[in-house]
Design a protein around this ligand. Sequence first.
Ligand code: HMG
Ligand code: MG
Length: 286
Amino acid sequence: MSDYVTLFEMGPRDGLQNEKTLISTPAKIELIDRLSDCGFTKIEATSFVSPKWVPQMADATEVLAGITRKPGVKYTALTPNLKGYERAVAAKADEVAIFGSASEGFSQANINCSIEESLARFAPLVDRARTEGLPVRGYVSCVVRCPYDGDTNPAKVAEVIAQLLEMGCYEVSLGDTIGAGTPETIRAMLAASLKVAPASRLAGHYHDTGDKAIANIEASLDLGLRTFDTAIGGLGGCPYAPGAKGNVSTIAVAERLHALGFDTGLDMEKCRAAQAFITELKEGAQ
Ligand code: HMG
Ligand code: MG
């Protein structure tokens, strides 16, 4: 099995979407430019969602226009609907992502529709993206627990994964949105998920609220997953999931992976400099 692990950097999107202090557009651009030098192949740069829902991402177009694109790095963006997709294409996102949920309560709170309605809304978006040659990633939120509905049935996660893959997503990222997972619940969720998708098409997206994200990554590595979403400095959370701490920290995960003998391709010194940049900026803004 491969000893290379891809860390998909989430800081500029999943991190900054939840910052209470305003991070300026030039600072976001500088953060992404610094991350581009760290060795990531994928950086989620922003999201083309409604600015009324998430004002922190209102400058998505300006952010993508301002960055210096590094060859070999894909700059991705969330797109909840066709309007978001069209904005992302106009801004030259390299890849887009649709984001659904395994729980009805979170689906309503996050994107204002049921799971079924969300999948119906995503289908024409994925069709357009496939016609236009843009890869689409899928997310499933609340894969172990929902802040509104309680524990999630692993079978429901598998059902949504199957629909996202069937629609044309190249990979599905499994979100422990409120960081409630433990190695046991993550294993149970993955056991169901692996019945509908090979490990190579699944990614772990574990928030660190319960301080178990690294243990959950290790459990997922055992089951064959080799892609994980992390955020520099452990930034962020989710505005529609009360209690969601940041994504697991990129540096903490990379260090653990390196200790376990995995390669991430990351330049740790540059990662530390990028982390110091955003941490100082946040502290200065408070
Ligand atoms: P809605 O209010 O039901 O939609 O929101 P609407 O179609 O009625 O539109 C309302 C207004 O927003 C309209 O403007 C639209 O034009 C505008 P008005 O006519 O009132 O002036 N609008 C848009 N503007 C810009 N870009 C767009 C867009 N769409 C509509 N794409 C909607 C539905 C999905 C738009 C809204 O609920 C939304 O934007 N939700 C996004 C919430 C979000 O970004 N959450 C965080 C990301 S998900 C996450 O963090 C989880 C993840 O990390 C994995 C995990 O951890 O689990 C991925
Ligand atoms: Mg998230």
